[in-house]
Structures are given as structure tokens and as C-alpha cells.
Design a protein around this ligand. Structure first.
Ligand code: MN
Length: 408
């Protein structure tokens, strides 16, 4: 019997040729040589070597140790490279060239596949913002007066964005509960997750010029699962009046895989109806292409599912977030990353943070590894997701995982 080819995938494989997310990998025999890879099933294709072997005009672009040159090359290059990759993994005549360039996922090390330029995080789920408002400001309106007029966000710390699998050291900081007479310092006792989707900018923009809603796909290359680790006790004491700072900046985990937007055309959905017309630069009511994405996220702690947040429920779209963050003339750089904000749906089991799932620790989760209010040392958190693909397929997003290790 002939040996099974790694390209003969089981029907319905969420990492089939309709997906083809990008990553960067090394092999054990050449640990110093980072290479661009494309995931197909349980293998990674050495994209640079494939392009070289097949005489692609994009061979130089793909023979780089990072995604950034491809990101900067722009939308036409993104489309052409994807078309070529699709042919390489599907046309039988290419198999003799392609098969030797496939590495089993279990035999490679995956790295952060791009250099993060600026990192911004938003707050775009009405359900999340309402829950947080009720927890932190029980006597006031849960949503602040600006919330439905603009996508609220803050600038985060790009240098602490880490790839899936990186251990997360429990942060230390100041905290002061309302009843405490003075702040204390020590390891966070309310370490939390935020299940999010990150959007990766490829094409830069000019300083002084805004990026309109309609230009979203000219600038944004793809998306990735993102965990915005959050120290709630640090955050609660520090966040007034300038927003999140050290409660967030210690680490943000992203998947090792970036899913190109082109793989998600079948997952586009209209966002929830707005309560009132938005200002013109944010008004997407007449856009031909729906601005939302139907991504079904699962959050697991130590392997146990604790939440299934639906990205389709997000009030603000990534296109609106991009338009808003550039409307003042702030420019984009290749490698800019912006997080959607915690994804929480309307149901209890759809909440994307422990803050909401346990109502700030008042209602612990009963896990097989014990009760949880917030994360304990040794806990491992994993986000996975899939989206509807073409012809009834599923598009898998690369997982993002991280384990909590004790504070130093
Ligand atoms: Mn966040």
C-alpha cells in the first residue's frame, strides 16, 4: 500500500486547503533558521522552499524569517501568494515538489510570526462592557455615555505580545480593595483572561490621513486568537482616570497562526443593529460587505470548557475600530495589532473572562481541578475557534495557550 500523503486530509479538516494560515517555524536540526510556514492539516509547509522549488515570483518574499515583508507587500501580493499556495497543496502534479517540504507540526517549534508594531486593545462587546459596568460601577449606568458612539480602546504594550505556549508569570502590583485603608503590594490575586480576536495590519497608512471603513481590507491582512491577560485587582486600583496600564501590560498571548481574511469570506456577518445612526466615519449601515465575523470561540482551563463566546455578537466591527483609531490622522505601521476587546455573548456560558463568569469572584466555577474564582498558578488557558468556511467546511483558527507560573 502506498504511504499516505500528508496532503490527503480527512474530509472536513478545519486546516484544509481552504484555510492556509501563516506562521513561522524552526526545525530541531536548524534551530537558528526561522522560516515562513503555512499550515495544512497537521503539517507545516515550508513556504519559502516551496516557492523556490516551483519558481514563484514571490520566492524572495516568502524566504524571510518573519511575516512582515509579506504583510507590507499589500493586498495584491496577499491574494497572489494565497492563490499560489492553494495550487501547490491541491494540484497533484506539484506533490513531488511539495511533499518533502512538509514538516509534522509535532516536530517544529512555532514562533511569534510577525514583529508587533503598535498594539491597541478595544472594548467592543456590549455584553462584556455591560457586565463589567455592573460589577465595577453597581450604582451607575453600566455603559458609559460614549460607549455606543465610539469604539473605546487603549494603547497597550507591543513588546510583551508573546506567542502561544509562552508561560505567563503572575504579575505583581499595587491593589486596594474599597474597604482597605491603604494599598498593598504583591502578586495579583485576581489574574484573569480576556478571550479576544486580534487583527493584524499589513499595509501602512500615511500620517495625517484617516483610513475609511471601505479601506479595511486594503490594510488588514488577517486575524488571530488573542488572550489579553488581566490582573483585575491591579486594574481596578489603577484605571481611573487614564485606563488600563500595568494590569494589562505584563503579557498578551497570540496564536502562532495568522488566518488571512480571504479564508473567512464565508464567515462575514452583519453586526448587531445599532440603537441610533452613527457619525458618518463609523456608519457601516450601507456597506456592501458585512463588517462582522462569525467566529465560534471556546475557552478551556486545564482542558475543561468554561465558555463559548460568539464573535458575531460584537457591537463594533474591526473596520470601525480601524477607522476610529486613524480618524485623528494617526498612521498605521506594518505589524500593528489591534484586539477586539473581550468577546462575551448574551448568555452566562458565553462570557469571555473570569471576572464575568464568576461575577468578580462571588460565584466560583466548579472545575474538575477545583473551584476557580481567578487563575491559580499552574492553570493552563487555551482558546480555540472555528468559522464557517466555503461549501460547509470549517475554518480552524490556530489556538492560543498559556500557563500561569508563580510570581518571582
Ligand atoms: Mn482586552
Amino acid at each position: 500500500m502506498p504511504e499516505q500523503s500528508p496532503l490527503d486530509l480527512a474530509e472536513g479538516d478545519p486546516f484544509g486547503p481552504h484555510n492556509l494560515p501563516y506562521g513561522v517555524f524552526t526545525t530541531a536540526d536548524e534551530p537558528g533558521r526561522r522560516r515562513l510556514g503555512v499550515r495544512i492539516g497537521d503539517h507545516v509547509l515550508d513556504a519559502g522552499a516551496a516557492a523556490h522549488a516551483l519558481g514563484s515570483p514571490y520566492a524572495a518574499l516568502l524566504a524571510r524569517p518573519s511575516l512582515n515583508p509579506l504583510l507590507a507587500a499589500g493586498r495584491t501580493a496577499w491574494r497572489d501568494v494565497r492563490r499560489a499556495l492553494t495550487a501547490w497543496v491541491t494540484v497533484p502534479a506539484h506533490r513531488p515538489d511539495i511533499e518533502p517540504l512538509l514538516h509534522p507540526l509535532g516536530e517544529v517549534t512555532l514562533h511569534l510570526p510577525y514583529e508587533v508594531a503598535d498594539y491597541v486593545d478595544f472594548y467592543a462587546s456590549e455584553h462584556h462592557a455591560t457586565n463589567v459596568g455592573r460589577i465595577f460601577r453597581p450604582d451607575g449606568e453600566p455603559l458609559t455615555p460614549n460607549w455606543k458612539h465610539l469604539p473605546i480602546g487603549y494603547h497597550g504594550r507591543s513588546g510583551t505580545v508573546v506567542v502561544s505556549g509562552t508561560d505567563i508569570t503572575r504579575p505583581a502590583g499595587q491593589r486596594k480593595a474599597p474597604a482597605d485603608p491603604a494599598p498593598v503590594f504583591g502578586p495579583s490575586v485576581k489574574l484573569d483572561i480576556e478571550a479576544e480576536v486580534g487583527f493584524l495590519v499589513g499595509t501602512p497608512s500615511e500620517l495625517g490621513r484617516s483610513v475609511p471603513l471601505a479601506s479595511f481590507r486594503d490594510h488588514v491582512f488577517g486575524l488571530t486568537l488573542l488572550n489579553d491577560w488581566s490582573a483585575r485587582d491591579v486594574q481596578a486600583w489603577e484605571y481611573v482616570p487614564l485606563g488600563p496600564f500595568l494590569g494589562k501590560s505584563f503579557a498578551t498571548s497570540v496564536s502562532a497562526w495568522v488566518t488571512p481574511l480571504e479564508a473567512l469570506d464565508a464567515a462575514r456577518v452583519a453586526p448587531p443593529a445599532r440603537d441610533f445612526p452613527l457619525l458618518p466615519y463609523l456608519d457601516d449601515s450601507s456597506d456592501e460587505e458585512p463588517g462582522g465575523f462569525d467566529l465560534r470561540i471556546t475557552v478551556r482551563i486545564n482542558g475543561e470548557t468554561v465558555s463559548e463566546p460568539p464573535f458575531s455578537s460584537m457591537y463594533w466591527t474591526a473596520a470601525q475600530q480601524l477607522a476610529h483609531m486613524t480618524v485623528n490622522g494617526a498612521s498605521l505601521r506594518t505589524g500593528d495589532l489591534f484586539g477586539s476587546g473581550t468577546v462575551s455573548g448574551p448568555e452566562v456560558h458565553q462570557r469571555g473572562s473570569l471576572l464575568e463568569l464568576t461575577w468578580n469572584g462571588q460565584e466560583p466555577l466548579e472545575l474538575s481541578t477545583g473551584k476557580r474564582t481567578f487563575l491559580e498558578d499552574g492553570d493552563e488557558v487555551t482558546l480555540t475557534a472555528w468559522a464557517p468556511g466555503p461549501d460547509g467546511t470549517k475554518v480552524g483558527l490556530g489556538e492560543v495557550t498559556g500557563r500561569i507560573v508563580p510570581a518571582h
